[in-house]
Write a protein that binds this ligand. Structure first.
Ligand code: FE2
Length: 322
């Protein structure tokens, strides 16, 4: 089934086209404010402007015409309301024009399913790390269960906030990662509560440390502390689930130091780490299209008039029927 997936939960408009599990196109455009965080309305304006050109690029790259699309999938939540609605309106218009079925997809679920599908994992433990989310997730019967998560901000948000304090430009994560390679360790607050994590104390102290320490040292210590917290919580989950497969997904999964630390932790447990390439870890339309196909094939149906967005939608709310 040829499905077009529309992702617009935050600062990226992503359009993906898949045929079954095969990705035919995965195009995107990302709003990049210079020194500030993401303002939802400004991001929504950007997504609205970029929607049509990105759709056109995806159709060209896939070699598929609009008339050949058989299913329209969009991100239902979680995300910024104003941004989600851009994707919703685009998806509804497309489904109505083409007279094709529509399906709303959970964003976190899509991050997991694309890696599970591309890496052919059966029942992995999942570490989902992005700007707004940090969760340790396992599939139990027909639902994903969140075993541990951040109690305040996401890991990506933590790194971005410190990056902005250093007046770094966009793509803070990769710049912080690069600077960390030249840094040494300074103690920063470490806070793990069972399998949950708290990052705001670490954020405040890292920002304060910038007044007295080299930026490289702050970057190194920030990464080592935050990633160690995540690895500790993940190991606790791994000891309980005894999973032999571990997925690291979401935007922050692209950090090679994090990958290294998670892989080292998992090895003595006989557990293999799966990470897919960057384009499928960043917010993207292919993951929405692929998950839309999985849902449709499993019998999920949605009525056009009832489709909406759910800003705080959680991954454990979705029944996994496939
Ligand atoms: Fe995401």
């Amino acid at each position: 089934m040829i499905c077009i997936g529309i992702e617009s939960s935050a600062h990226t408009i992503g359009i993906g086209i898949v045929d079954g599990r095969k990705v035919l196109a995965n195009e995107r455009s990302t709003y990049q404010p210079k020194y500030t965080g993401i303002h939802p309305r400004k991001a929504a304006d950007f997504l609205s402007k970029e929607f049509e050109p990105v759709v056109r690029r995806a159709l060209e790259a896939s070699g598929v015409s609009l008339r050949e699309i058989e299913l329209v999938a969009f991100t239902m939540g979680p995300g910024f309301g104003a941004c989600l609605k851009i994707g919703l309106v685009g998806a509804k218009t497309m489904a109505q024009e083409l007279n094709k079925p529509i399906i709303g997809v959970n964003h976190a679920l899509a991050h997991i399913e694309i890696v599970r599908s591309l890496c052919r994992c059966r029942n992995p433990l999942v570490v989902y790390v992005s700007g707004g989310n940090t969760q340790i997730i396992v599939l139990e019967d027909r639902n994903y269960r969140v075993m541990g998560e951040t109690l305040d901000i996401g890991l990506g948000n933590l790194i971005d906030s410190v990056g902005r304090s250093m007046r770094l430009k966009h793509a803070h994560g990769s710049v912080v990662e690069k600077m960390a390679r030249e840094g040494g360790y300074i103690p920063l607050p470490y806070s793990v509560k069972g399998m949950d994590l708290v990052f705001t104390g670490l954020l405040t102290e890292a920002q304060n440390s910038l007044k007295t320490h080299r930026k490289e040292d702050v970057c190194y210590s920030l990464q080592e502390t935050a990633f160690s917290m995540l690895v500790e919580a993940t190991e606790r989950a791994l000891a309980l689930t005894k999973s032999k497969e571990l997925i690291l997904c979401g935007g922050v999964a692209q950090n090679s130091r994090l990958q290294e630390m998670v892989r080292e932790m998992a090895k003595p447990h006989g557990c293999r780490l799966f990470v897919t390439e960057g384009q499928f870890n960043a917010d993207n339309g292919a993951m929405i299209a692929l998950t839309g196909n999985l849902m449709y094939e499993a019998g999920v149906r949605m009525k056009l008039g009832e489709c909406g967005v759910v800003q705080k939608m959680r991954v454990d709310e979705v029944e996994v029927m496939w």
